[in-house]
Ligand binder design. Sequence first.
Ligand code: S3P
Length: 172
Amino acid sequence: QARKLFSHNIILIGFMGAGKSTVSDYLSSMFAMKIAEMDQMIAEREEMSIPDIFATYGESYFRAKETELLIELQSQKNVIISCGGGAALREENVAEMKKNGRVVLLTASPKTVYERVKDSEDRPILQGNNNVEYIAELMEKRREKYEAAADIVIQTDNKAVLQICEELISKL
Ligand code: S3P
């Protein structure tokens, strides 16, 4: 049985393409922690892709599902919660995150994000606007909220996932 290494869950937040899924996969295999990938869980429960949820029920419906899930996940231990890029924008969600573990913000430059998401078709927020300028603008709008939510901030540009994870662990 895997030893429980951290006394808190790890909650990864940050913009689309900041590396939340990649880092959570890596951490999970390093430390035998479970992953709660919020987007994936919501899509499975709704039996719909994220773009379809947005198109059918609208963004606020999706946001409400995120809040419900964050509350539900408080019963779990030894878990990495990989949040959708918008989850930390609501104060009520941040409050739920704080009850649940250490909130780690992953950051990347607009250019890096663009390189990571340019071929993605499952980001409704970027649909029709998937370019560096728009990413930079939206990132700037969100920056203050992300930073306010974070206990730890890790910049991910030009770093290998191992380095990011080591940095993260050393700051926990
Ligand atoms: C969103 C980010 C997405 C997903 C949804 C909305 C956002 O998650 O939750 O498309 O508002 O930034 P990723 O950050 O995993 O792409």
